[in-house]
Design a protein around this ligand. Structure first.
Ligand code: LLP
Length: 471
């Protein structure tokens, strides 16, 4: 019979809290909690040496808590695995759409990673964070002229997605004689299926991203005639939250085949970018491969494909997002109202919800949670954790096993580093939460909590609409 949080973990054979001997070795994407998660002497959840209820006391709630050690570990695991498994040059890019803000960009760049950005806003943030422009790659299936211009001026690489991009680049570079050629890569749709939510699948042929394979030779021909372009590589991304290794194995062969075709058109293609997509563990049922295993498969497949086509090894790029930052962050909420519907369920409510984590309502994503101030109490309740938004679907977790709780307790939802803050909204005019980075007992603010003034900062009320409600 499951009685406490820790026993429950043992019974289910899953590992929420890493034990100390595992700290140096596990792949964080295979854990449910950040590497530094511990039980404090008071029986509280501790992350990065900081007591989680105390963080909430100090910084308010909801609060994103980013564990620096976990993030740095995933970065170095990708980098070192590539160095070990791939005999050629390589570069890891962080897919910053997972969480783009100044501090996250700065940490990732300080680990030697480059960045994938998908908008002028992400590019601007990366540049402001001090990321070297030549390590930034601009993606997007509908880039604005200003976004292209910003990337060109910064000296970043543009991942060309379609003919619209090419036409816009021609208009920006003109004859190309008076400026350095613009570095571009070509994104292609590889036609590879994988098993993940249909909204986050991108590699199949019916995708809005990238050139269709049957147009690629025409694209190569066109680019080879442009003096303003320096086409350094090819790119493909097959989807996100993927546990299979086979699709990435197949992708290497597809990319190398196109690389050798591009060479026939005289394009100086030396980089191949295999995208991101490695999944993480959100619940005990999730069993993703480790970062090292993923990198090994990608590397070996690339080497094998190059041998088969008799081409030199390209510079190998990959651009993970979720598996770099997903497990590194948890979200802490204060619990509030409870409602029991007899014989049906008990709702317990937190002070955030779909505005700080839109993934459950958008993709039916599953999450796990703990009560940070009751880590050793028996898990006697099965409850539904609801957000505070005016929407019945605003449910974070349908069936959570928790101890008995009361208003004021601190509920922690795990693995919220990827696509939570970056997809957060102000729905119902809730302020976006604060975020702290924790390390060795120190907590530093990286995102200030929005205030009510922030919420109306962009509002304007025309003079003729101003009124005093004295009717
Ligand atoms: N590269 C490209 C071109 C991408 O489109 C993506 C993700 C990545 C890399 C990084 O993929 P990752 O390693 O994170 O799987 N909002 C969704 C996920 C959307 C993914 C979009 N593209 C979610 O919350 O699940």
């Amino acid at each position: 019979m499951v009685s406490t949080f820790s026993q429950g973990l043992e019974d289910s054979g899953c590992q929420y809290l890493p034990s100390s001997d595992l700290v140096s070795s596990p792949s964080p994407n295979q854990l449910l909690m950040p590497l530094t998660a511990r039980l404090s002497p008071a029986g509280h959840l501790e992350i990065g040496g900081c007591d989680v209820p105390a963080l909430v006391q100090q910084f308010g709630s909801p609060l994103y808590i980013l564990d620096e050690e976990t993030l740095r570990t995933t970065c170095s695991q990708y980098r070192k695995s590539l160095q070990q498994s791939y005999p050629g040059e390589s570069q890891v890019l962080y897919a910053s759409k997972a969480w783009n803000c100044l501090a996250v960009c700065a940490i990732v760049a300080s680990e030697g990673l480059g960045l994938d950005v998908v908008s002028g806003g992400e590019l601007y943030t990366a540049l402001q964070a001090g990321v070297s422009p030549e390590k930034i790659y601009l993606h997007g299936n509908n880039k604005a002229l200003e976004e292209l211009q910003l990337a060109i001026e910064a000296g970043s690489t543009i991942v060309v997605d379609n003919w619209f991009d090419l036409q816009n680049l021609v208009s920006l570079t003109g004859s190309g004689h008076h400026m350095d050629p613009v570095r571009i890569m070509i994104r292609l749709t590889p036609g590879i299926e994988c098993h993940t939510h249909e909204y986050i699948r991108t590699g199949h042929l019916d995708s809005k991203f990238g050139f269709d394979p049957n147009q690629l030779e025409e694209v190569f021909q066109f680019i080879s005639e442009q003096p303003g372009f320096n086409c350094i590589g090819l790119h493909a991304h097959i989807g996100s939250q993927i546990f299979e290794l086979q699709p990435h194995n197949d992708l290497a062969a597809v990319l190398v085949q196109w690389l050798s075709k591009a060479a026939h058109y005289g394009l100086p293609v030396q980089e191949l970018n295999v995208g991101g997509g490695l999944g993480i563990r959100y619940t005990e049922a999730d069993d993703p491969p480790s970062i090292a295993d993923w990198v090994k498969v990608v590397s070996q497949a690339m080497v094998a494909a190059c041998e088969a086509h008799n081409v030199p090894l390209p510079r190998l790029l990959c651009e993970p997002g979720r598996s770099l930052i997903g497990t590194a962050c948890v979200t802490a909420y204060r619990m509030g109202s409870q409602k029991t519907v007899p014989e049906i369920r008990t709702y317990v409510t937190v002070d955030g919800g779909m505005s700080d984590n839109p993934r459950p309502i958008t993709y039916q994503s599953l999450y796990r949670s703990v009560v940070a101030n009751r880590m050793q109490e028996p898990l006697t309740e099965t409850v539904t954790i609801a957000g505070k938004h005016c929407e019945s679907g605003d449910i974070l977790i349908k069936e959570a096993k928790l101890p008995a709780t009361e208003a004021g307790d601190v509920l922690v939802v795990m693995a919220t580093g990827a696509y939570n803050y970056s997809m957060a909204s102000n729905y119902n005019r809730l302020s976006r939460p604060a975020a702290v980075v924790v390390r060795s007992g120190e907590a530093n603010l990286i995102l200030q909590r929005e205030t009510y003034q922030d919420l109306i900062r962009q509002d304007r009320i025309p003079e003729r609409l101003k009124f005093k409600d004295d009717l």
